[in-house]
Design a protein around this ligand. Sequence first.
Ligand code: NAD
Length: 302
Amino acid sequence: PTAPIAFLGLGHMGGPMAVNLVRAGYSVTGFDVVPGALEAAAAHGITTVSSAADAVAGAGVVLTMLPSGKHLLDAYRGTGGGPGLLAAAAPNTLFLDCSTINVEEAREAAGLAVAAGHRAVDAPVSGGVVGAEAGTLTFMVGAPPEDFTAVQPMLEVMGRRVVHCGDHGAGQAAKICNNMILGISMIAVSEAFVLGEKLGLTHEALFDVASAASGQCWALTTNCPVPGPVPASPANRNYEPGFAGALMAKDLKLALNALESTGVAAQLGPLASAIYDDFAADGGAGRDFSGIITDIRDKSAR
Ligand code: NAD
């Protein structure tokens, strides 16, 4: 439909997102620094090249799905003497970053792109690998209105919901604010279930009351941390993710950085960050984040 898309970062999320763009008729040229990721993408019908500069040549959009803000800024600027993406791209290229990174890094990346004569959009996602494969991600977008309008159709191919949150960095801001609510509320729900257990309350009784009362929240009614009340929740399959503890720990670290840089007098956000760091370091990295309840229960043994 539009000018070719250079897709950089064909990992767990980027791989299936790129496949959905190809299926919708977009011309996609993919690159990843890991040969295995490139081979997997090629096997799924994505045209791959052996350098970032080759991917960017002739592209109208440079879409990145990278592990961190440092990866993004290094790629934009170039490292080790090689030209960065910003220098390799034709003037007025649209740089669309879908990675989850610090708000400040997102604003810095956008500033660099604009200073180099390009356009920039931050559009982090929620929905996980399942959503990336099914094309049902939610995109939280930070961009000037005309750039939002330009990327909206391709985001609608990869996602089901696309929300314009404000100018550069606003997509990342919305994502970490939401995930801070989620991280804290999962701990609250888990502590309540363990307290209920100690008080002789069945999981069903607490669920029946709280799910229809003021304790209602996504952590309780969709991702319930105990098996039984919500059959599809990860607790019913031994906390297989879902949303892995390592990713919750990462997102809360980004929230913590933003709380510190803005001076918000938050107490629960930093505490939740520390709690998920411990969870991830202690075997929870690859488990669903709702497995935090087993840590709370184990530490409560008396
Ligand atoms: P991943 O590690 O599977 O994929 C990242 C890919 O980027 C890797 O294949 C890596 O080799 C590649 N890469 C690194 N530097 C590169 C460069 N300079 N050029 C080209 N490729 C490069 O990670 P993922 O799970 O796909 O996550 C990607 C981003 O999406 C992260 O920021 C993550 O926080 C976010 N995210 C992930 C999920 C999830 O469920 N996995 C959900 C929402 C958001």
